[in-house]
Design a protein around this ligand. Sequence first.
Ligand code: NAG
Length: 204
Amino acid sequence: MGGNISVAVLLMLLAGAQSQQSVTLSSRSLCALIGSTVKIPCKYTSSSSSDRPREWYQVQRSDGEPQDLSKDPQYLGRVSVSTWWNNCTLTMNNVKVSDSGVYNFRFRTWRNKWISASFGVTLTVTDLKVTRSNTYRTTLRCSSTCTLPNNPTYIWYRNGHNQNTNGLYMYGSSEDAGSYSCAVRGYEELRSPAVCKILTLNSH
Ligand SMILES: *[C@@H]1O[C@H](CO)[C@@H](O)[C@H](O)[C@H]1NC(C)=O
């Protein structure tokens, strides 16, 4: 009798521990510049020892069984996973447009059950482009295909020289002809391609 109660208690404890196991990804989407390093924050709670199998995978690229990113030639040598106890943060270096996709993390419990986050993180990798919109005056814009985090400060270069303008737009006059490129502060080395502008004054 006493033995049965112990077994019941043990099963309840195990069930409780099992249900508490989870993966938490704190952001749903991330936008990153080509060539930058991306960290996808991740935490997990596991009742299993830390040497259980664990891996990051790309959701759409995995038709059948998810493929461990660190074994995928596309990511070889560019990804690492934190080895801290309950930290599963993924660091991806030198990101490319082709890295855009949905990522998730999973670990295997001692019962050989995989546990992952219910939603993956959508990563979008963007380049920077100088685009022009003709409104009242000629306006240059440093554009990206997704919204970069932390309200970035844009840096403009004219003929390769920093213009000390940090706005999103640049208003030109006919003296401003030249070759323009832009960058985001902190990532100056990841500059956009230069665009040649012979600015013409608008008739209005
Ligand atoms: C988790 O690991 C990442 C990458 O190693 C690190 O940047 C981050 O500070 C860690 N987070 C915590 C809460 O320790």
